[in-house]
Design a protein. Structure first.
Length: 367
């Protein structure tokens, strides 16, 4: 970013942005950056915040924890008043203590590692932890799809393990018979032996934790093998790339999502239109969550009537805002409180499929 000089510098509030813009997380990181820039542009076009324009200061963590710490220190040195992170769990876990020590609010928009919010009182999370989303998936299978026999496919990452834990916790409440659980590595792309075992299990539903680049090949190979079980997944499958990879095999996939494609809520509709116009691509979970994180920060700054980090933190604790992912607020651990719109693949694109909005079932952890 170029330096600001003179009177203009006095009317700018610097907001930090962290993500993996190069390396293995680059696709998600750059989607998130486009969403963050959009939120900043929209806010500035509406007059800024408390009489000041916002300036985004960008840090590339390269998807690596060892890059996140020096990058975080640079953001602190640049004088940012708050930070929105679209970094994955490893980099976010590494960066959070830097901002806690500096007493700068840090909003993680995509990282799922449970310990991130436990770093301290300046750390917030705008995406639901995996356990909460796993519980929502159990309700989808038991109450929306009315199916019982389930095979759980768990990817060996923080996200996958917490999704699985939440699912297993809630499954008995919805009469689900967990036939078997299988684990696989994020690098796996060939699933022949695994699919043969699943075929023998004869499940009604397979709950697939993973990402578009793992679930896409898996579902394509599963259908080629003649397995007709329903596929249920998480927001990590929300990109068009999942559908592109899986092809016709993706039809009927249901996911707990962050985007309500059938919403008439202006904040959601406007974001989806503006993001597509800006990027020539449809929004996905990471972009919607990151835009929501920036707008939540904007709402808190307006409530605080200040860009003082301590006042922003206090305001964040007491703010509820309507965003691109619906209405959100934070609990005492600074975990997000929100529902899950559901999406289904029909005719080669994600469409609305209702939602899960039970505040008791979806209550985030508080300690």
């Amino acid at each position: 970013m170029t330096a600001m000089h003179g009177a203009w510098a006095q009317v700018v509030t610097k907001i930090g942005f962290e993500a993996g813009l190069t390396g293995p997380a680059a696709a998600d990181g750059n989607s998130a950056l486009a969403a963050a820039k959009l939120a900043i542009e929209q806010t500035n076009a509406a007059g800024g915040v408390n009489g000041k324009k916002l300036e985004l200061v960008v840090m590339d963590d390269q998807g690596k924890p060892e890059q996140a710490v020096p990058g975080a220190n640079r953001l602190v040195g640049d004088g940012v008043r708050a930070v929105v992170s679209a970094g994955f769990s490893g980099p976010s876990r590494a960066a959070a203590p830097v901002f806690q020590k500096a007493q700068i609010p840090y909003l993680a928009s995509v990282a799922f590692a449970p310990e991130i919010t436990r770093t301290g009182e300046y750390i917030f999370r705008v995406t639901s932890v995996g356990e909460v989303q796993g519980r929502a998936a159990a309700k989808v299978i038991g109450s929306a799809l009315h199916k019982k026999r389930v095979v759980l496919l768990t990817i060996k990452t923080d996200f996958g393990k917490t999704l699985a834990a939440g699912f297993k916790q809630a499954a008995p409440k919805f009469g689900i018979d967990l036939v078997k659980e299988y684990e696989y590595a994020p690098s796996d792309r060939q699933f022949g032996p695994l699919i043969a075992s699943i075929k023998a299990d004869n499940p009604e539903v397979i709950y697939v934790t993973g990402f578009y680049f793992t679930a896409g090949p898996f579902v394509a190979q599963l259908r080629s093998a003649g397995v007709k079980a329903d596929i249920v997944g998480a927001e990590s499958l929300s990109s068009q790339q999942y559908i592109d990879i899986a092809g016709k095999a993706a039809e009927g996939t249901v996911i707990t999502n962050v985007i309500d494609w059938g919403s008439h809520q202006p904040e959601i509709v406007d974001f989806l239109k503006a993001y597509e116009a800006k990027t020539n691509s449809k929004a996905e979970a990471v972009s919607a969550s990151t835009h929501a994180a920036v707008m939540m920060l904007v709402a808190a700054m307006r409530k605080a009537q200040s860009d003082d980090p301590a006042k922003i933190r206090t305001a964040l604790e007491n703010t509820e805002a309507m965003t691109a992912i619906g209405s959100i607020s934070f609990n005492k651990l600074h975990e997000v409180k929100k529902g899950f719109p559901l999406s289904i693949v029909r005719d080669g694109k994600w469409q609305s499929f209702g939602g899960v909005y039970d505040p008791v079932l979806l209550a985030p952890p508080e300690q």
